[in-house]
Design a protein around this ligand. Structure first.
Ligand code: UDP
Length: 483
């Protein structure tokens, strides 16, 4: 093989997957590989300029655009990202479209010169494609070792009726972690009824037969779970994060994921933060996918106001009803709060010294970005594996305070609103001197070890370099005779 292995990355089309994989592709190109990101036209438009900048700087990173078969799968034209699906039916069709994506992607790879495929877990078919091309397939999950271990251990013990009881201790973990049935994602409870059941089975089968897994975590964050994950999976695992710390420039951070929409300029947000005292502002964001009813928005708004704390709140795109208006609320706050109704430059905000707390839905990227920013968190899980992540933040890392959500819901489902009193109480505990400060010290220590992990010769830096080396010498590095 030529000195530079050519790695093709296929991210699942959702911001929480695209963002870290684009960053990963850029990093691999800086460490001696060539990277090509395969994605659809609309998704490519969110990071096209960043990649152009890298290319001008001489890095071998590229985008290959493949049309997304949305209409073949029954989706409207232009529905190229999971975040634009609004019902379970649409999500299901989207997953079908990701299956149909195989054919054009395989054609593209056959015409290219790939040495490795790193594909999101939903692309279970990438294993077969890689086998036909005689190259390794790596899985990128987008979540950490702790939630993956919880998930695996629960599935292993499902048969003996464990999950039928209201509360149980997750078996097989190094720590005692209690969960309740209501907090479990639906695939644990009604596996066969879930429209995603077949896909989940294929994902699990493919992941255990893949060459390895790339995880956005770092050794020092969850050593016991990094080890357990290795034991449970039996395949190679490279822990390479926090990926959000790969790049230092303001430009990189400000344009991460999408153009920020703070008056089309991240500078307004930074100016506002620059006028605040250290650790005085709370940042509130529920990721890229969640949508809240306007009654929930009112509860949050009133809870924030009652807490008397300063904050930046990312409301996201509003449904357009007029029960609650962010502009009206912002005016009434008289400078105490900044509201963002589009995309926020999250990493820039979290690492600003004025930010001293984070109210988060516990998406894995947000969790790790909070760790990298050294901020304690109020945990407000909604769906996916976010209730597992809450346990990790609150009970294992001990840098979180739960707001008190009890029930897992699908992303597109109606949910019981968290009350203003609970928001206010959590804000006060988070920013208070007693409990908040203790959590903040722990969070800042974790941030220091996160920074060390990605620096030269840190654990994540070493894992990334080993990964490239193994791809370079493949198939000698392979420990499987068949895929
Ligand atoms: N994000 C952002 N600005 C926003 C909302 C989200 O930059 O206004 C980024 C955030 O930094 C993170 C990703 O989007 O990298 C969200 O991923 P996460 O795993 O936290 O949650 P998901 O969106 O997948 O639920």
């Amino acid at each position: 093989m030529s000195a530079k292995p050519h790695i093709y990355l296929i991210p699942v089309m959702a911001p929480g997957h695209m963002i870290p994989m684009v960053d990963l592709a850029r990093k691999l190109a800086r460490l001696g590989a060539r990277s090509t990101i395969i994605t659809t036209p609309l998704n490519a438009s969110h990071f096209f300029r960043t990649i152009e900048r890298d290319r001008k700087d001489g890095f071998e990173v590229a985008i290959s655009i493949v049309e997304f078969p949305c209409q073949e799968a029954g989706l409207p034209a232009g529905c190229e990202n999971l975040s634009s699906t609004t019902t379970s039916e649409m999500t299901f069709k989207f997953i079908k479209a990701m299956d149909l994506f195989q054919e054009p992607v395989e054609k593209l790879l056959q015409d290219g010169d790939p040495n490795c495929i790193v594909a999101g877990a939903f692309f279970w078919w990438a294993n077969d494609v890689a086998a036909r091309l005689n190259i390794p397939r790596l899985v990128f999950y987008g979540t950490g070792c702790f939630p993956m271990c919880v998930s695996k251990c629960l599935k292993m013990h499902k048969e003996n009726g464990l999950l039928d009881s209201e509360e149980f201790v997750v078996p097989g973990l190094p720590d005692e972690v209690k969960m309740s049935r209501r907090q479990l994602p639906e695939e644990f409870k009604e596996e066969d009824k879930s429209p995603f059941a077949e896909t989940y089975k294929k994902i699990v089968a493919a992941e255990s037969r893949s060459f390895g897994m790339v995880v956005n975590t770092f050794q020092e964050l969850e050593p016991a779970y990094v080890r357990l994950m290795q034991e449970l999976m039996g395949i190679k695992i490279w822990n390479v994060g926090p990926i959000s710390l790969f790049y230092g420039s303001i430009e990189d951070k400000a344009h991460r994921g999408r153009e920020a929409s703070v008056n089309d300029d991240h500078q307004d947000c930074l100016n506002w933060l620059n006028s605040k005292k250290p650790d005085s502002v709370v940042y509130i964001c529920f990721g890229s996918m969640a949508r809240f009813s306007s009654s929930q928005l009112v509860e949050i708004a009133e809870g924030l106001r009652a807490s008397g704390r300063e904050f930046i709140w990312v409301v996201g795109e509003l449904a357009g009803d007029d029960e609650w208006s962010p502009e009206g609320f912002e005016r009434r706050l008289e400078g105490k709060g900044l509201i963002i109704t589009g995309w926020a430059p999250q990493v820039l905000i979290l690492e600003h010294e004025a930010v001293g707390g984070f109210i988060t839905h516990c998406g894995w990227n947000s969790l790790l970005e909070g760790v990298a920013g050294g901020v304690p968190m109020v945990t407000w899980p909604l769906s996916a594996e976010q209730f597992f992540n809450e346990k990790f933040v609150v009970e294992i890392l001990k840098i979180g305070i739960p707001v008190g959500v009890r029930e897992w819901t699908r992303r597109t489902q109606e949910r019981e609103a968290v009350k203003r009193e609970d928001v206010e109480k959590a804000m006060r505990r988070l920013m208070g001197e007693e409990e908040g400060d203790e959590l903040r010290i722990r969070a800042k220590n974790l941030r220091d070890s996160a920074i060390t992990a990605v620096q030269k010769d840190g654990s994540s830096d070493m894992d990334l370099k080993c990964l490239i080396q193994e791809i370079r010498v493949y198939p000698e590095s392979s420990h499987f005779s068949e895929v």
